[in-house]
Design a protein around this ligand. Structure first.
Ligand code: COA
Length: 378
């Protein structure tokens, strides 16, 4: 990849964080000092959320208490149900979450004596309910009971989506994926949340802004876009030809490349193993082989590697999750990271306000309306 490109704040250190390291030599990706490999292997998402938000891994009693706390925060207030029912069936689910988050800020404002942690935990508990309630209402007209007794967010979501408790492998696969998506230093949506927090805005405003930023295909939207790409091809041969053609047209291939990682995305290695396993267990003979061929073509032709979003598309697909819900799953997870960054920003705040190089017109006299002639733009 070119290293001469300017802009995009590439290589600029924009602040300090104690939350994660991304691509640091010899360390890779860590959350509060723990490697992503260890967390994905040994911890559950709620443990990781506690670690990010409270600073240390929870004890068994703290974890149990935290899972109960999150479970108690799954209920949808009546006015929010009404809003979800009135949003169009054709809305993008990311717009639904963005709107739902903003609406909750009106119904349960932080200013009414809620701590930032109260709000963050409420959003962690509520987002799956919000999404599934809207999804189910518009798919079938059913008003979903969103209060399941599943102890984990992954299990709760799969149960709401499919209407039955998930298999343990499926629950664990989604749980690992939430851990992988939970935190990633100063990525675009997290930086957005920190900018909003630096103005002393409330948590809902910061997270609403972050959801909007995550939506784009260069960021979180890449998992849905990667699914659409893989779906285009009937078999690996068609994928080989199709991707070569896209590269000839200089198209970007979604789910590949990264601003910070140069050789590999450690999260991708972990989710690829899950995608391969889930594909095998569901009897897939097309989607995963096509994915692998696209991966091989990109390494061979561009020396560009898969990021977390590429094989996440396969894992989610094999879990029976519709593609428009992929990026919202990223929201469920990253709410922990956004929340931790908002707390960190508030603890040592200064307004984030960079400078710009001015490249516009030199100073010039104002021309009164009556004396203006038509501009070049007509
Ligand atoms: N497909 C094809 N080419 C890619 C590419 C991709 N996914 N990602 C980067 N490149 C190429 C660019 O065309 C560019 O080539 P050039 O220098 O010959 O013009 C070079 O690699 C640098 O890319 P650039 O877009 O400037 O890198 P960036 O650091 O600004 O962007 C991403 C990083 C992640 C936005 C970029 O890799 C991308 O758009 N990936 C696809 C979207 C995606 O998966 N996003 C999720 C990120 S976790």
């Amino acid at each position: 990849m070119s290293t001469t490109r300017t802009g995009g704040l590439e290589g600029i250190v924009a602040g300090q964080t104690a939350l994660s390291t991304v691509g640091k030599e010899g360390v890779g990706l860590t959350y509060r000092g723990y490697s992503i490999e260890d967390l994905a292997e040994h911890a559950g998402f709620e443990e990781v959320a506690w670690l990010l938000l409270r600073g240390e891994l929870p004890t068994a009693a703290e974890l149990e208490g935290y899972q109960t706390r999150l479970r108690e925060r799954r209920g949808l207030p009546g006015p929010l149900r009404d809003i979800l029912e009135r949003l169009p069936a054709t809305a993008h689910p990311m717009d639904v979450l963005r709107t739902g988050c903003s609406a909750l800020g009106c119904l349960e404002p932080e200013e009414d004596g809620r701590s930032a942690l109260d709000v963050i935990d409420r959003l962690l508990g509520l987002f799956p309910s919000m999404l599934c309630y809207w999804h189910q209402f518009h798919a079938t007209g059913e008003r979903l009971d969103v209060e399941t007794d599943d102890r984990t967010i992954a299990g709760h979501f799969l149960r709401l989506l499919h209407g039955r408790p998930p298999e343990e492998t499926a629950r664990r696969a989604l749980d690992v994926s939430l851990t992988l998506y939970a935190e990633h230093e100063f990525n675009a949506s997290t930086f957005t949340a920190r900018i909003a927090a630096s103005t002393l805005a409330d948590v809902y405003s910061a997270i609403t802004a972050a959801i909007g930023t995550l939506r784009g295909p260069l960021h979180g939207g890449a998992n849905e876009a990667a699914f659409a790409l893989i779906e285009e091809f009937a078999d690996p041969e068609a994928a080989e030809q199709g991707v070569m053609e896209k590269l000839r047209r200089k198209e970007k291939i979604m789910g590949f490349g990264h601003r910070v990682y140069r050789h590999t995305d450690p999260r991708s290695t972990i989710i690829q193993r899950w995608a391969e396993r889930l594909g095998r267990e569901t009897g897939d003979t097309r989607f995963y082989p096509v994915s692998v061929r696209i991966d091989e073509v990109m390494r061979r032709e561009k020396k560009i590697f898969t990021n977390l979003d590429f094989y996440s598309a396969g894992a989610y697909h094999f879990l029976g999750i519709p593609a428009p819900l992929f990026t919202p799953l990223f929201v469920f997870a990253r709410t922990a990271g956004w929340g931790a960054h908002i707390l960190e920003q508030r603890a040592n705040n200064r307004l984030i306000r960079p400078d710009a190089d001015y490249v516009g017109s030199p100073p010039r006299p104002f021309v009164p309306l009556a004396k203006r002639t038509a501009s070049a733009g007509g």
